[in-house]
Design a protein around this ligand. Structure first.
Ligand code: AMP
Length: 282
C-alpha cells in the first residue's frame, strides 16, 4: 500500500481548504474515536474505494443523554491516528466541541421522524438520533464526501442515515459495512474497554443469544415471541433494554410470514453498567 502523509486537522476551515484542492473522490468515515478493527474495516474500504479518505474522530456531545458516558468515553487520538495512517487514510478530522458547535442550546437540529426513533435505541436514548443526524449532516457538508461508511453494528443508525440522505437529497452514497467480531463472537466496540475481564462472559451473551435465535430460525421457528424468549433466556443476568425483531429494510416490526428478520439486542453489563448493542439477520 502507498504510504501517505496523514494530516490531523482540528479546524473546519483548514479541512475545507484541503478538500477544495482535492479532485478525486472523497470517502468519509465518521467515528467517535477509540478506534478498533471494526472502525478499521470501514477505513480500509474507504481507502480502497476513494482517492481521499477523511476519518472524523469526534465524541459528539449532542448525541449523549445527561446520564450517559460522554465524560468517560475513551479518547485516544494519538493511537487512532496511528491506525488511520497504517490503513492509508489521508486526514483525521478531530474538531473540538466548540469548533463544531458555537451554541448547543440554540442549534438547528436534523430530526429523524418519530416512526424511526420511537423504538429500539431511539426509545431508550431520547434525542440521541437527532444528535447523530445533525453531526453527520455537518460532516457531509464540511467534507463534501462522495461516499460515507457506516457499520451494521449500529443498525438503527444506519437505517436513519440512509433515510436522511434520501429525504434531504444529500449527494452522498452510504456504504454499509458488516459487523466485525472477536473470535469468540463479541462485536468490537469502543465501550468494550469498560468491561472487566471477569464480566466478559456476560458481554458474550448478546452474540450468543443472536446466534441461538438464528439457529432456531433456520430450523423453521418463525414465531417472534418464541425467538425473543429464547434469546432472553441466554441474556439472563444482564439488564436487558430490548430484544426486538424488525424487517431489515424498513425497520418495521417483524410479522410471521416475513421473509427476512433482523434481531437486535441492547443490554447493560454490570457492575460497570456498560450498555452494549448487537444485531444479526436471522
Ligand atoms: P462509533 O465510533 O462507535 O460511533 O462508530 C463509528 C462507526 O464504526 C459506526 O458506523 C459504527 O457502526 C462502526 N462500527 C463500530 N463498531 C463496529 C464493528 N464492530 N464492526 C463494524 N463497524 C463498526
Amino acid at each position: 500500500m502507498r504510504r501517505k502523509n496523514l494530516k490531523i486537522i482540528h479546524k473546519i476551515n483548514e479541512l475545507r481548504e484541503i478538500i477544495k484542492n482535492q479532485h478525486g473522490s472523497i470517502g468519509l468515515v465518521p467515528t467517535m474515536g477509540a478506534l478498533h478493527l471494526g472502525h478499521g474495516s470501514l477505513i480500509k474500504k474507504s481507502v480502497e474505494q476513494n482517492d481521499f479518505t477523511v476519518v472524523s474522530v469526534f465524541v459528539n456531545p449532542v448525541q449523549f443523554g445527561i446520564n450517559e458516558d460522554f465524560d468517560k468515553y475513551p479518547r485516544t487520538l494519538e493511537k487512532d491516528a496511528k491506525l488511520c495512517k497504517e490503513l492509508g487514510a489521508d486526514v483525521v478530522f478531530a474538531p473540538s466541541a466548540d469548533e463544531m458547535y458555537q451554541d448547543t442550546q440554540e442549534l438547528t437540529l436534523v430530526c429523524p421522524p418519530y416512526s424511526a426513533i420511537n423504538k429500539l435505541c431511539g426509545k431508550s436514548r431520547p434525542g440521541h438520533f437527532d444528535g447523530v443526524a445533525t453531526v453527520v449532516s455537518k460532516l457531509f457538508n464540511i467534507t463534501k464526501c462522495d461516499k460515507a461508511y457506516f457499520g451494521q453494528k449500529d443498525a438503527q443508525q444506519l437505517f436513519i442515515i440512509k433515510k436522511m440522505v434520501k429525504d434531504l437529497n444529500f449527494d452522498v452514497e452510504i456504504i454499509p459495512c458488516p459487523i466485525i467480531r472477536e473470535e469468540d463472537g463479541l462485536a468490537l466496540s469502543s465501550r468494550n474497554s469498560y468491561i472487566e475481564e471477569s464480566k466478559r462472559a456476560d458481554a458474550l451473551k448478546l452474540s450468543k443469544a443472536l446466534k441461538w435465535a438464528k439457529e432456531l430460525w433456520q430450523k423453521g421457528i418463525k414465531d417472534k415471541q418464541t425467538l425473543c424468549d429464547n434469546a432472553l433466556k441466554i441474556l439472563e443476568g444482564l439488564d436487558v433494554d430490548y430484544v426486538e425483531i424488525v424487517d431489515p429494510e424498513t425497520f418495521e416490526d417483524y410479522k410471521e410470514g416475513d421473509k427476512r428478520a433482523l434481531m437486535l439486542i441492547a443490554a447493560k453489563v454490570s457492575p460497570s453498567n456498560t450498555r452494549l448493542i448487537d444485531n444479526m439477520e436471522l
